[in-house]
Design a protein around this ligand. Structure first.
Ligand SMILES: C[S@@+](CC[C@H](N)C(=O)[O-])C[C@H]1O[C@@H](n2cnc3c(N)ncnc32)[C@H](O)[C@@H]1O
Length: 383
């Protein structure tokens, strides 16, 4: 959205900022989700289509690839076509839409983002369907992940039974897409188990503090919190979930989900950068920290520093759950069909090294792999 002053702001981010300012909250101060107003446009699809709420879609790790192995050459051809299509668009944007010299930083950011992402509707066999469009235009944000995560439930409901729906299902069900959802299943289970463990082993009067960094719409943590509180109603009032993200739109979607699941009085949101948030936290202050889908974008030094800061803020015995995307023969789909740039894929050995260089001991690190070995989940317990 471009404002009257020519400033580009993300709609959700502006809406959240206005509410926080109205509540007298300074930037970076926690706001209780209960006090934030959301609208149906903040629905992340998870409210009605969460794969975590259905025993069939939750229970099965997705592990089918032979159909895609056969289709691989044709998929690669289509991806090459998709890659080529981006270049005329980039040239056109450079020639016609480049911000003027006096343009502000937001306008430049928006221009650069579109330059990277390419045209909005580029691929007849992918983003002519609303779900494909949502994923392609939401790349690097949690909106794209929300779309990919909803595929199994939308399919079961028959909502992808159209020509466009069939194609978007085809692309989002390839092994890289399956692996993203497997990661969600694993993190949800790990968080839920840890919440139960923390509650059962707590000392009298102790409150539990859970942190989700670069939380996006926070499906795994919010759903785990909702299931946990349904089982342990005496934990109400004794547990806090803090979500940190710099995207207001993502935090509004998380807030909306928390409201629908009835856990919004336990959820606090911080519109903040991960690094500056961590820098302000005292040592040993969090029982559990979750950070998924973020290391995938960090250079080595930054990844090590952030994981090191997380180790510092964890209590002794606390758990850090993270994930890191690995190399895959399907990466061309994500890169050129979904058009998701800037992902840094590292093998599992490099992911483990990041955690070790951050200060976790070998014995503190456990890495859980999903069937496609694309999205391993690291579970570190600080001793
Ligand atoms: C790929 S999404 C992952 C979302 C979520 N953790 C999940 O797994 O569904 C990455 C998220 O990181 C957020 N993000 C990116 N850079 C950030 C930063 N420096 N500080 C805080 N959040 C950031 C984005 O706004 C986005 O919501």
């Amino acid at each position: 959205m471009v404002t009257g002053t020519g400033t580009v702001v993300k709609r959700g981010t502006a809406r959240l900022a206005a509410q926080l300012a109205g509540n007298g909250d300074a930037d970076g101060v926690a706001a209780l989700a209960e006090a934030i107003i959301t609208t149906p446009e903040d629905d992340s699809l998870a409210t009605e289509n969460s794969l975590l709420l259905n025993s069939t879609t939750l229970g099965n790790q997705e592990d089918s690839k032979w159909f895609y192995v056969l289709a691989w050459p044709l998929m690669m051809l289509y991806a090459c076509w998709a890659a080529l299509k981006v270049w005329p668009y980039r040239l056109w944007r450079w020639a016609m839409c480049r911000p003027s010299d006096g343009a502000d930083e937001e306008e430049w950011k928006e221009y650069q983002k579109r330059w990277w992402l390419g045209p909005r509707n580029a691929l007849w066999l992918f983003d002519s369907h609303w779900l494909g469009e949502m994923v392609r235009n939401g790349v690097t944000t949690s909106e794209a992940l929300d779309g990919i995560n909803a595929v199994p439930v939308l399919s079961r409901k028959g909502e992808l039974n159209t020509w466009g729906g069939w194609w978007v299902r085809f692309w989002l069900n390839q092994p890289d897409g399956q692996a993203v959802r497997n990661r969600l299943r694993i993190t949800f289970r790990e968080i839920l188990n840890e919440l139960c463990r923390l509650w059962e082993s707590r000392q009298a009067g102790q409150k539990i503090h859970v942190l989700s960094l670069a939380s996006g719409s926070a499906q795994a943590t919010i759903e785990a919190m909702a299931v946990f509180l349904a089982a342990y109603s005496d934990a109400r009032g004794n547990i806090e979930l803090h979500l940190v993200d710099r995207s207001g739109s993502s935090l509004l979607r998380a807030t909306h989900l928390a409201k629908v699941r009835g856990v919004d009085s336990h959820v606090f949101i911080h519109t903040q950068d991960v690094k500056s948030f961590l820098a302000a936290q005292p040592d040993g202050s969090w029982d559990m920290v979750e950070m998924v889908g973020f290391l995938d974008y960090r250079k080595w030094k930054s990844a090590v520093e952030i994981c090191g800061a997380i180790r510092r803020v964890l209590k002794a015995g606390g758990m850090f759950i993270s994930a890191h995307i690995g190399p895959s023969i399907w990466s061309f789909v994500v890169r050129w069909v979904i058009n998701w740039p800037l992902l840094l894929r590292r093998p599992i050995s490099a992911y483990r090294r990041i955690l070790l260089w951050a200060g976790f001991a070998e014995s503190e690190v456990k890495i859980l792999d999903e069937p496609h070995k694309i999205h391993p989940v690291g579970v570190c317990r600080k001793r």
